[in-house]
Design a protein around this ligand. Structure first.
Ligand SMILES: Nc1nc2c(ncn2[C@@H]2O[C@H](COP(=O)(O)OP(=O)(O)O)[C@@H](O)[C@H]2O)c(=O)[nH]1
Ligand SMILES: [Mg+2]
Length: 457
């Protein structure tokens, strides 16, 4: 029989409210030892499930707080056990005192992820959903959150169940052949069998590929500002960042190495980089800086090419030297406030028909919001979560094993091996897909998964 655990479930630090959870067979009994105001007329305690009670929380006779208490009897609770939620004021010292009272009355401190682990053990969640909760709590970007939400709502589990039933019917078919067949399989049905194996194989390979791409996207996206000296790259850096980071000067060649800052742009974690202005120079240090700028720019996720509209630009020459760099970049046409009279955005659109050109002025701030919007749209198009599924390390391992055994299976069929032999590979694949949906029973694996959670989750 499980014991009763308790922890503060809201984030540490001060907040309007802080919530404690107590889960286990004595959750209600222990809570009631400290709650006053719930006695009915006959002095017998009757607590309605899922009803919010406003009560006093006491330590013996000392009143600690006015709290809201909700009781969720098992199995209809998050953990599947009797669970009590105490909503107190969110002062960490107060929450600690309430928690100490619960410990003194028989609860024990919950370990990391123990509430979610109990939910899993009681069949309230499968392992993918439990892992997804961990990611929802810790997601650092909207993209990561969306990926985690998909898994929390069972997308991966459904996919695994579907693959599992395909493998089960493949296995049944092979078994029937082993048990009953007096003659060999026809050529057509063997081709069909191979195709069905290939289909499962491709789904798994695709999943691994998509997950790999999602992992890359979870890294900070890199936005790089690039252009000739004095075009206003450092001014733009500071404006987008919202504070003075780069040195701005009318002396060309001021920024000699790139300068980076990490922050959230429209909810997306990025690293914004201001680079050394690109020009012909005899200065060795400046040349090194320019080489680094070129490298940063060519490998950026979103490239912002800054031009200075106050200069007369020979667009033919400009196109010849920069076409490959302009392709796919956001063009920040800066110093719009002092643009030369000949300026017209069509000058760029004639060179590059689908160019994204933003007329901006760092001096008047005109166009800056549109520029930021263009950059974040580019970032979002990188991160359309629809196309991606995220596999936690554990599942990546299982899907890799499935790919390995199904490839082995196909190779065996190719060598005319009998069904008795290659059915073993299908068995391995079936075991692995079972693990994806959480047929995990070793304490060690569970410990590893839930230890990534924080206490109270
Ligand atoms: N009039 C005007 N001047 C600007 C604008 N943006 C930057 N500058 C000026 O242009 C000079 C070079 O700016 P800076 O940001 O250091 O350019 P960088 O060399 O590309 O980093 C500075 O004197 C800025 O004040 C703008 O939009 N309008
Ligand atoms: Mg600069």
């Amino acid at each position: 029989m499980a014991d009763t655990i308790a922890a503060v479930s809201t984030a540490s630090g001060a907040g309007a409210i802080g919530i404690l959870r107590i889960s286990g067979p004595d959750a209600l009994k222990i809570s009631l030892l400290h709650l006053r105001g719930i006695e009915s007329e006959s002095n017998r305690i009757s607590v309605q499930p899922r009803h919010a009670y406003t009560l006093n929380f006491v330590d013996h006779d000392r009143k600690l707080d006015r709290v809201v208490v909700v009781f969720f009897p098992g199995p209809n609770s998050f953990t599947g056990e009797d669970l009590c939620e105490i909503h107190a004021h969110g002062n960490p010292i107060l929450l600690r005192e309430i928690l100490e009272c619960l410990f003194r009355s028989g609860a024990r401190p919950a370990k990391q992820g123990e509430f979610t682990k109990r939910a899993f053990l009681n069949g309230k969640l499968d392992l993918n959903e439990a892992e997804a909760i961990g990611r929802i709590i810790q997601a650092r970007s909207r993209f990561e959150l969306e990926l985690a939400q998909k898994n929390a709502f069972g997308e991966l589990s459904r996919l695994a169940s579907n693959l599992r039933s395909q493998l089960v019917s493949l296995k049944a078919e092979c078994e029937a052949e082993i048990d009953f067949s007096t003659e060999d399989l026809t050529f057509e049905s063997l081709v069909q069998r191979k195709n069905r194996i290939r289909k499962v194989l491709e789904t798994c390979e695709n999943l691994l590929k998509k997950s790999g791409q999602a992992e890359t996207l979870l890294e900070r996206s890199r936005v790089v500002l690039y252009g000739e000296p004095n075009t206003g790259k450092s001014s733009l850096m500071n404006l987008i960042l919202g504070r003075e980071r780069s040195i701005i000067s009318d002396i060309p060649g001021t920024t000699r190495d790139y300068v980076s800052e990490e922050f959230l742009l429209a909810g997306i974690p990025i690293r914004l980089t201001d680079t050394a202005g690109v020009r012909e120079t005899g200065d060795k240090v400046e040349r090194m800086g320019i080489e680094r700028s070129e490298k940063e720019f060519s490998s950026a996720d979103v490239r912002v090419f800054v031009i200075d509209l106050s200069q007369e630009i020979d667009w033919g020459e400009f196109a010849r030297s920069n076409l490959s760099k302009l392709n796919g970049a956001v063009i920040a046409a800066n110093k719009f406030d002092i643009a030369s009279p000949g300026w017209n955005p069509s000058a760029i659109r004639n060179i590059l028909s689908d160019a994204v050109v933003c007329e901006v002025s760092c001096k008047t701030r005109q166009g800056i919001d549109e520029l930021i919007r263009e950059i974040s749209e580019k970032l979002q198009s990188l991160e359309s979560s629809e196309d991606y599924v995220l596999l936690e390390e554990r599942n990546r391992y299982h899907f890799l094993s499935i790919v390995r055994s199904l490839n082995a299976c196909l190779a065996l069929i190719g060598e005319n091996a009998p069904a008795e032999v290659y059915i073993k590979e299908i068995d391995i694949a079936l075991d692995e897909i079972g693990e994806v949906n959480g047929r995990v029973d070793t304490e060690e694996v569970l410990g590893r998964i839930f230890s990534k959670f924080c206490v109270g989750k």
